[in-house]
Design a protein around this ligand. Structure first.
Ligand code: NAP
Length: 501
C-alpha cells in the first residue's frame, strides 16, 4: 500500500533529527483562526513568548472571517463553541451567528495581546526541516527559523468550485458561499444556490425573504434535524455576566450532551436510532408528497454530516422558493440549464459547494528527508493521533487528520490537542529531548486500529461525503469524544522517536 511505502521512506529519517538548543523554543504557528489563537494563548500560559503566527489574511478568525453568508450560524451551541477559559455571557442565541463568533475571536486576540505576535498577509509558502530547525518562508518573502512548527489551518480550508460546463458564460453575479460579495444587491433578485450542505441550507431562509425567486439545486438529498435556535434574553445574559460560573456550567452541560450524542456516529446503538428517528420525523413533517420524495435521502442519517436546521423545510414551501433535483447540464449566460431541458433564469448564482476535503494548506511542509506532507499524504491524510507525523520532527497539528470532526465542537477538540502539544513542548524544553516525532510503528498501529474501528461507524454505511478520503476511508476519529479526551490526556512518549542530548 502507498502509505507503507511512504512510511518506509520516512523511516530513513529516523534518528537524524537534531538539535533544539533552547528552553524557550522558537515556535511558528500557521494560521490565526480558532486553533492558532488557542495555541498562542496556551504557549503564553506556559511562559513561552518566542513564537510567531503567520496568517494568510489581514485579520484573525479563520473560517469565521471567510464565511459571511446570510444566515451563517454555528450549529454547535454557543457556550460549547467558546474556549473553556473564556466564557462569553453575551451570546445572543443558543446557536451563535457567525459575526458574533468572529467578534469573539477578535476580542480574545486583543485581550490576550496576541496581535503583536501575528504577521498578517503572510501565507506560508514553504517550511523545511533541516539541521534541527524549521525554515519557514512566506509567499510575501518573510522568513523565520523555528524549533517547532505548529499547523492550525483547519481541514476545510480550500474552497471547492464546481466544474460545470459554461460557468464562465454566466452574466449575473456568481460567487462561492465562503466568498460572499456583499456589494451585490439581493433584494428582488432571482437567486440560485448550488449545494445543500450546511452552508447552502442555512442561507435559504434569509435569502427567501429578499429574493423574488430562490432556487436550490440539489444533487443529493440531506438528512436534516430541526433544532430550535432560541434567543437568550437580556436577563439571562446579565445573569451570566454576574455569575460567570453559569456560563461554565452551560458549557459543561453541552459538552456532556455532545459527548453522549457523538456516540451516534461511531456506534450503531440507541443514540443512532434516536437521531435517525428525529430526522425521519422531520422529513415526515413535509406535507407535499412530491417535495418529501425529492428530499428523501437514500442513505443512513449522519452518513454525511448532519445538517441542523429548523427552517429549511418550511422555507421550501414558500411560493417564491423551488427545489430542483434534476441534474445540472450547464450554466448559460442567463442561468442554469438542467438535464430536463429547463433553463432556470437567475441574476445571482451562489456556489455553496463546500471545500476540497483535507486540503490542509500545509502541503508544502517538508521533513528532513525531503518528503513533503503532500507526498506523505498522496494516498490519503494519515497522522499519529491527529497531532503528529512520523518523519516530521517537532511538527504538530491542531485539528489534523483523524481528529473527531463530526457534529462536535472543534474548540473542544483543539483544546485537548493544544494541551497535548504543550506537554510535548515541555519535554523538548527539558533539554534532554532535542527533537521528537511519532514512530512509524506507533503511527501504523494507530492507523490500523482506526481502520478496524471504522467498520462500526456511520460514515462507512454508503454515501459520498467529505469525511471520506479517496479510498473511501473516513479521516475522522472512529471512537467517542470521551475516548478522545481520555487518550489524548497525555502523550505516550514510548510512541515517539526522541533525540536526547
Ligand atoms: P458541503 O457539506 O461539502 O456541501 C457541498 C454541497 O455542494 C453538497 O450538497 C454537494 O452535493 C454540492 N455540490 C458540490 N459540488 C457540486 C456540483 N459540481 N454540482 C452540484 N452540487 C455540488 O459544504 P458546506 O455546506 O459548505 O459545508 C461544509 C462543512 O462546513 C460542513 O459539513 C460543516 O462541517 C461545516 N459547516 C458548518 C457549519 C456550522 O454551522 N457549524 C455551517 C456551514 C458549514 P453532494 O452532496 O451531492 O456532494
Amino acid at each position: 500500500m502507498g502509505m507503507d511505502l511512504q512510511i518506509e521512506t520516512i523511516a530513513a529519517a529516523r534518528g537524524r533529527q537534531t538539535d533544539m538548543s533552547s528552553d524557550t523554543p522558537r515556535i511558528c504557528i500557521v494560521g490565526a483562526g480558532m486553533s492558532g489563537l488557542l495555541m498562542a494563548i496556551k504557549l503564553k500560559e506556559a511562559g513561552i513568548e518566542s513564537f510567531r503566527i503567520f496568517e494568510k489574511a489581514d485579520t484573525v478568525g479563520g473560517t469565521w472571517r471567510e464565511n459571511t453568508y446570510p444566515g451563517l450560524t454555528c450549529d454547535v451551541p454557543s457556550f460549547f463553541y467558546s474556549y473553556s477559559f473564556e466564557p462569553n455571557p453575551d451570546w445572543t442565541h443558543r446557536f451563535p451567528p457567525g459575526h458574533e463568533i468572529l467578534a469573539y475571536f477578535e476580542r480574545v486576540a486583543e485581550k490576550y495581546d496576541l496581535l503583536k505576535y501575528i504577521s498578517f498577509n503572510q501565507e506560508v509558502a514553504s517550511a523545511r526541516y533541516d539541521d534541527g530547525t524549521w525554515s519557514i518562508e512566506t509567499a510575501a518573502g518573510e522568513t523565520m527559523t523555528a524549533d517547532i512548527l505548529i499547523a492550525g489551518c483547519g481541514p476545510l480550508h480550500k474552497r471547492l468550485y464546481p466544474e460545470i460546463e459554461g460557468m464562465e458564460r454566466f452574466e449575473g453575479a456568481m460567487f462561492h458561499a465562503a466568498a460572499w460579495e456583499h456589494d451585490v444587491e439581493l433584494g428582488g433578485k432571482r437567486i440560485g444556490v448550488i449545494g445543500n450542505g450546511s452552508s447552502g441550507i442555512q442561507m435559504m431562509a434569509p435569502l427567501s425573504k429578499v429574493a423574488s425567486q430562490l432556487t436550490m439545486f440539489q444533487r443529493t438529498a440531506q438528512w436534516v434535524v430541526p433544532l430550535d435556535n432560541r434567543k437568550y434574553s437580556e436577563r439571562q445574559r446579565s445573569r451570566k455576566r454576574r455569575f460567570p460560573i453559569l456560563g461554565k456550567l452551560t458549557r459543561r452541560f453541552y459538552q456532556l450532551v455532545y459527548e453522549t450524542f457523538s456516540v451516534a456516529v461511531t456506534e450503531n446503538g440507541i443514540w443512532r436510532k434516536i437521531i435517525a428517528r428525529q430526522c425521519r420525523d422531520n422529513l415526515a413533517s413535509v406535507a407535499d408528497p412530491d417535495l418529501r420524495r425529492k428530499l428523501t435521502p437514500d442513505y443512513v442519517p449522519m452518513c454525511k454530516r448532519l445538517v441542523i436546521s429548523g427552517d429549511f423545510y418550511p422555507t421550501l414551501t414558500k411560493a417564491n422558493v423551488e427545489l430542483v433535483t434534476d441534474g445540472i447540464q450547464e450554466i448559460e449566460a442567463r442561468g442554469v440549464r438542467t438535464i430536463d431541458g429547463t433553463l432556470h433564469e437567475l441574476d445571482i448564482l451562489v456556489l455553496a459547494t463546500g471545500y476540497v476535503p483535507y486540503a490542509w494548506g500545509i502541503d508544502q511542509v517538508v521533513g528532513p528527508e525531503g518528503l513533503s506532507l503532500k507526498q506523505a499524504w498522496a494516498q490519503g491524510s494519515r497522522a499519529y493521533r491527529s497531532v503528529g507525523m512520523p518523519g516530521f520532527p517537532n511538527f504538530f497539528m491542531l485539528v489534523g487528520p483523524n481528529s473527531p470532526i463530526g457534529n462536535v465542537s472543534l474548540i473542544d477538540v483543539s483544546e485537548v490537542q493544544a494541551a497535548y502539544i504543550i506537554q510535548c513542548i515541555d519535554r523538548l524544553r527539558e533539554k534532554k529531548t532535542k527533537a521528537m516525532a511519532p514512530t512509524m510503528e506507533a503511527t501504523r498501529a494507530f492507523h490500523k486500529s482506526v481502520l478496524s474501528a471504522m467498520d462500526g461507524t456511520v460514515w462507512t454505511t454508503g454515501c459520498s461525503s467529505w469525511y471520506l478520503d479517496e479510498d473511501g476511508v473516513p479521516v475522522t476519529w472512529p471512537w467517542s469524544a470521551a475516548r478522545f479526551h481520555k487518550e489524548m490526556r497525555q502523550p505516550d512518549f514510548s510512541d515517539y522517536d526522541l533525540v536526547e542530548s
